[in-house]
Design a binder for this molecule. Structure first.
Ligand code: TUI
Length: 314
């Protein structure tokens, strides 16, 4: 059975995290992943503290297993949500889209394991120094907000500069990706896009359908002009947004154009104005299935690949 130090550290069965996808990863999805032996993660996204507390309590009512909360550091509510995670003493906090230094002491005092997403070696080093339990090295194949480097170059570089466990993310949607991540030196994976097609994922059916039907070239990156590149499915809306980025319109108008687009995708399934965040692995997601089955398949497919790697060596 696929196993690593991460399983022991967190008290989980499989070294698989479910990505903290804003607007998407709620208490129900997180509990389903944790009940399946992985680590479910509730996304705070841009939500207010009360919503996050509610989702944490929902997850607690659905599972006795450990789960995490992801704090999106660009959120206007990041301070409040960070405090809620500490008060509720969740097992794990992951962070994204920034540097969580100012919260680290508070979380550690609450006995929380802090596992930041890093997109550079500098931030990885700093996080280890400030007491992170592990780091997630997320490459630009991911959906949502992305860094510069691809997973295959980011993971080994992070592995080389820290001695805490490294979790690979970005582009991993089947056992081959899991095995490759371990070969790069990771001891766990974080998977987002594949869990969009989990039965327990409450996104609009239009969103799930788009993921299951996605082909290899179906994602694109927008948002570079405002300094926050995001990967999403290539829709008419995303194409129009990209065009607007290269036009004369003001930053304010551009921002207004994107406002509310995540909600429109997730809640309304709005094909014309929604921003359907997804990673490059969308094309590898073939069907809707229970979250626990996804966790198990990812690991069971990786096992023979890792065992069989000896065939390449004479
Ligand atoms: O955070 C994510 N993915 C996200 S956040 C999000 S919500 C959003 N919506 C619109 C615009 C922006 C955000 C949707 N998807 N992934 C984790 C991640 N973190 N990827 C890259 C980074 C990152 C980048 C730079 C982490 C740290 C960092 O360092 C900044 C610094 O200050 O050192």
């Amino acid at each position: 059975m696929l196993n690593s130090s991460l399983c022991e550290m967190l008290g989980i069965e499989y070294p698989v995290f479910q990505g903290g996808m804003a607007w998407i990863a709620d208490g129900k999805l997180a509990a389903a992943v944790s009940n399946g032996g992985g680590l479910g993660i509730i996304a705070a996204g841009n939500a207010e503290a009360a919503y996050v507390r509610e989702q944490i309590r929902a997850a607690k009512s659905l599972t006795d297993k450990p789960f995490g909360v992801n704090i999106m550091l660009l959120s206007p509510y990041a301070d409040e949500v960070a405090a809620v995670a500490a008060e509720e003493k969740v097992a794990v906090v992951t962070t994204g889209a920034g540097n969580p230094s100012k919260y680290m002491e508070m979380w550690k005092q609450a006995g929380i394991k802090v596992i930041p997403v890093v997109a550079s070696t500098a931030l990885a080093r700093l996080m280890e120094r400030l007491g992170a339990s592990a780091v997630i090295a997320e490459g630009g194949e991911s959906g949502g907000h992305i860094g510069e480097l691809a997973t295959i170059v980011l993971v080994p570089q992070i592995v080389d500069v820290v001695s805490i466990p490294v979790i690979a993310a970005g582009g991993i949607a089947d056992g081959r990706g899991v095995a490759a991540a371990f070969m790069l030196g990771a001891c766990g994976v974080q998977v987002g896009t594949r869990f969009l097609a989990a039965e327990e994922c409450s996104i609009h059916p239009n969103y799930k359908e788009k993921i299951v039907k996605a082909k290899d070239l179906c994602t694109m990156v927008t948002g570079r002009r405002l300094g926050h590149p995001v990967r999403a499915l290539r829709t008419n809306f995303q194409r129009e947004y990209l065009k607007a980025e290269y036009s004369q319109i003001s930053d304010e108008e551009l921002e207004a154009m994107g406002a509310g687009s995540l909600r429109k995708a997730v809640v309304d399934g709005n094909n014309d104005e929604g921003c359907f965040l997804a990673g490059q692995s969308a094309a590898m997601v073939k069907k809707i299935q229970p979250a626990a089955e996804i966790v198990r398949e990812l690991c069971e497919e990786a096992e023979p690949l890792l065992k069989g790697a000896a065939k390449w060596v004479r």
